[in-house]
Design a protein around this ligand. Structure first.
Ligand SMILES: Nc1ncnc2c1ncn2[C@@H]1O[C@H](COP(=O)(O)OP(=O)(O)OP(=O)(O)O)[C@@H](O)[C@H]1O
Ligand SMILES: [Mg+2]
Length: 468
């Protein structure tokens, strides 16, 4: 038989304690305490109460303060407060503070029975949800990465497949596309998740500094090396080493890196001792590393070592379908942080955000949402709340062809249009160069541009906010 639930009864009045104990002991294990302090002592001593049934008014710490302590320290205990008839206001306060419910004295035993049973059931459900959630997180571990586009789904699939292996991973993507986020997810989902995740930003350091940062140094190895220092390879032992902006590593260090990857051993700068290290390497770059190899800036052998699995994060403009989802997540996050209550965005505002090209990718979107949340005074963000630079850019964009039909937003046709417009803009309106870059003929480009203009002329209703 399963363990009986434990009810902790707290009341300064002995008659009430005894009465409640008698009423409850048929179905439950009942423990009693005559004060808040006595109750806390019991809990601290290891009594695992499923339900706390406490009087509100007691000498010493009252029921409300007990409730607060229990909620904070023993979140699995459900609290029900007992109040004298007429003190409903305090009871309401108790509910606000997190009590499950309250009972007014004199206590109706049927009511008590029902309430305790219901409280236990709700707590069991909560427990179940928690377990399921944590199982899901363990399984996926990618809850911090938002995206439903097919591009992101592919990324999730690769993460899922490669995380449990020891393979080196190369993550490529423009700035702000989420490379570090992906690296962390791979670490969390790997067998090394209990080990350290150590990140090194390679571009920020001179070759000499980077070398000692990676491999550490012995005391006196160079001027200023006043003590021995462990490098990141040592710190990441048993975990994951994340080399960000790996394309910027100086060729002299590239050789050393290759050796560590091949032999899993290295020496500290100025040291003789050979140190073994057990790391999984994840590297990231916002450059075309293959092109670097062709240009002779990056060693080909190192490239192949790093690039066992490669993950490509497309720019946000190529997965515009994810923009509303990301916006929503960031909106909730910044509302929480700033204590604001904003329900969402008007369709016009969403259209603007979706039509923008986001050169700074997800990071830029995150910053834009933060700005909107901080500055907004209304419950719903409108196009007017969208930062001016974004509105202007979208309007300028649409200006080349006239207005962009809002109805196309989010469709494949829209993605194509946005891409074409971005490339056209990049090439200063030069159609030959744009067609070249897009890999389509000039005629096709002309035809597409004509179609867009005709759609425009067909009088697709204009979205007024775009003009503001
Ligand atoms: N798919 C995503 N879902 C949720 N947040 C994201 C996503 N992609 C990026 N972010 C957020 O955007 C910001 C930038 O992400 P991150 O630092 O991982 O980008 P990065 O590719 O490493 O950029 P950089 O090349 O500039 O270092 C972070 O705040 C991150 O949380
Ligand atoms: Mg980064």
């Amino acid at each position: 038989m399963a363990d009986r639930p434990v009810i902790l009864v707290v009341d300064d009045d002995k008659n009430t304690r005894d009465g409640l104990q008698r009423a409850l002991q048929r179905h439950y294990d009942v423990v009693t305490a005559e004060s808040s302090d006595a109750a806390l002592a019991l809990l601290a001593g290891g009594t695992e109460a499923d339900v706390l049934l406490s009087d509100l008014r007691m000498p010493g710490a009252d029921g409300l303060s007990l409730l607060r302590r229990v909620n904070a320290q023993y979140p699995r205990t459900v609290c029900i407060l007992l109040t004298a008839y007429g003190s409903v206001e305090t009871a309401v306060e108790a509910m606000k503070q997190g009590a499950y419910d309250f009972l007014t004295k004199p206590i109706n035993l049927d009511h008590l029975d029902m309430l305790v049973a219901r409280a236990l059931k709700s707590r069991d459900l909560e427990k179940k949800v928690e377990t399921l959630e944590s199982q899901l997180n363990e399984k996926f571990g990618m809850e911090s990465i938002i995206g439903e586009s097919s591009a992101m789904r592919q990324v999730f699939e690769i993460i899922r497949q490669t995380a449990p292996t020891q393979a080196s991973v190369l993550i490529q993507g423009a700035s702000g596309t989420g490379k570090e986020l992906v690296a962390q997810a791979i670490h969390r989902l790997s067998t090394r998740s209990k080990g350290p995740f150590v990140a090194v930003h390679c571009a920020a350091l001179s070759p000499t500094l980077l070398e000692s940062e990676l491999f550490g140094h012995e005391k006196g190895a160079f001027t200023g090396a006043t003590a021995q220092r462990k490098g990141r390879f040592e710190m990441a032992d048993g975990g994951t080493l994340f080399l960000d902006e790996v394309s910027e590593i100086d060729p002299s260090i590239q050789v050393k890196l290759l050796r560590v990857l091949e032999e899993r051993t290295f020496e500290r700068v100025g040291g003789e001792e050979t140190i073994e290290t057990d790391i999984r390497l994840i590297a990231a770059t916002n450059r075309d590393l293959r092109a670097y190899v062709k240009e002779g800036k990056f060693r080909e052998d190192l490239f192949f070592r790093l690039n066992v699995v490669d993950i490509l994060l497309p720019p946000l403009s190529e997965r515009a379908g994810d923009i509303p989802l990301l916006t929503d997540r960031f909106l909730k996050e910044y509302c929480g942080r700033n204590g604001k209550r904003i329900e969402g965005l008007t369709p016009d505002a969403v259209n603007l955000l979706t039509a923008y090209s986001w050169p700074g990718n997800v990071r830029e979107l995150r910053n834009a949402v933060e700005k909107m949340v901080v500055l907004s005074r209304s419950e719903r963000l409108t196009a007017r709340d969208v930062p001016a630079n974004i509105r202007d850019a979208v309007r300028g964009h649409a200006g080349i062809l006239g207005r962009v039909p809002a109805l196309m937003t989010g469709s494949l046709a829209d993605t194509e249009r946005r891409k074409i417009m971005a490339v056209l803009e990049k090439n200063g309106g030069n159609r030959t160069r744009a067609a070249d870059e897009l890999g389509i003929s000039r005629r096709t480009l002309h035809r597409k541009l004509r179609e867009y203009r005709e759609l425009q002329a067909d009088g697709v209703p204009a979205d007024e906010e775009l003009r503001t």
